[in-house]
Design a binder for this molecule. Sequence first.
Ligand code: AMP
Length: 194
Amino acid sequence: MSARLVIMGPQGAGKGTQAARLAERLGVPAISTGDIFRANISAGTPLGRLVQEITAKGDLVPDEVTNDMVRDRLAQADAASGFILDGYPRNAAQVVELDGILADTGASLDAVIELTAHREELLARLQKRAQVEGRADDTDEAIARRLDIYAEQTAPLTAAYAERGLLVQVDGIGELDDVTARLLAALESLDAQV
Ligand code: AMP
């Protein structure tokens, strides 16, 4: 099955959870830019100090910083035969950068998954997560900011991937197992078309 994947979808759609499940099934690493930033913030690294305030507000980290980090991560051995990127690319410039990073090693994306969910459902899930996980960017302001940025900058990217025949849209609402099964079925049907 196709192994170089991007998973997109608004915050709260269940991307992180489903990316981890798919990664296990496909035997590739799930790479979340948000998780890498959070790990650096917790460890107090220079990168963590640089991005702490930006991420807490729900704004995007500058492209140069994010792109370099993704290039380094994709160059690691475990990502050589595949990966699931969660949270990247998030704007048009990052789409171009990711194409370049992959082209440098003769690779390209196999599919881009979009997990869909309505705004009310997302807000409800994010508010619940805020109580459970206490993420710094799960304040009401930062949640609204992240959903707005997603709608303005990230959602339009799916059109470009659809034109390339890479887009797979999957309903993110429902039981975890059902959503995972939908994702696997959608990827298989995309494979069958190629
Ligand atoms: P996430 O866990 O994907 O919601 O990411 C948490 C935060 O990390 C985002 O709100 C941004 O501040 C930052 N971030 C993650 N991925 C990116 C990206 N591709 N470009 C810029 N900032 C990002």
